[in-house]
Design a protein around this ligand. Structure first.
Ligand code: DQA
Length: 152
């Protein structure tokens, strides 16, 4: 069983882009952190990054189909700037009925007002914002708790 982690535009530059906002960790380190977190839940990791909106749409459809086959638990999505612009991503997540946790490394609500609105949030199972790259691990834990609730 797989957990998908998709990263949107400019996240390939993580570590060098605005390190005062996003830190110095690079995306391959985030992938390693996610792999560790996935493994702790006995999940395979499928970790990807693209700068193209339509590619994210195709990947969301693919992830939705995998969840329907019970081959995957859901998606951790840092849609980056497309978060604030993309009706297509909103519709894709909704249409694919894909359990999705929205992640942002920075606290978008403490930044420019154009980062305060998210097209992803209304169709997200949960949101993790402002915990730096650790947010990815928190999101994987949160997704697993949603889809496999802990029993007393
Ligand atoms: C981001 C926040 C977005 O506003 C921004 O466009 C990004 C990264 C984050 O992880 O903090 O590229 O999603």
């Amino acid at each position: 069983t797989t957990v998908f982690v998709f990263n949107g535009p400019n996240l390939n530059l993580l570590g060098t882009r605005k390190p005062e906002v996003y830190g110095t960790t690079v995306l391959t380190d985030v992938e390693a952190l996610c792999r560790e977190s996935a493994a702790a839940h006995h999940l395979e990791l499928d970790f990807r990054q693209t700068n193209h909106e339509g590619v994210l749409v195709d990947w969301i459809h693919e992830a939705g189909a995998a969840v329907k086959r019970a081959d995957a638990v859901g998606l951790i999505l840092n849609a980056a700037a497309y978060t604030h612009t993309s009706v297509a991503l909103h519709d894709a997540i909704e249409g694919a009925e894909l359990p999705t946790v929205e992640v942002h490394i920075s606290n978008v609500h403490g930044r420019e007002t154009f980062r305060h609105h998210s097209f992803v949030s209304p169709v997200a199972a949960g949101i993790v914002v402002g915990f730096g790259v650790d947010g990815y691990a928190l999101a994987i834990d949160g997704l697993v708790r949603k889809v496999r609730p802990l029993r007393a």
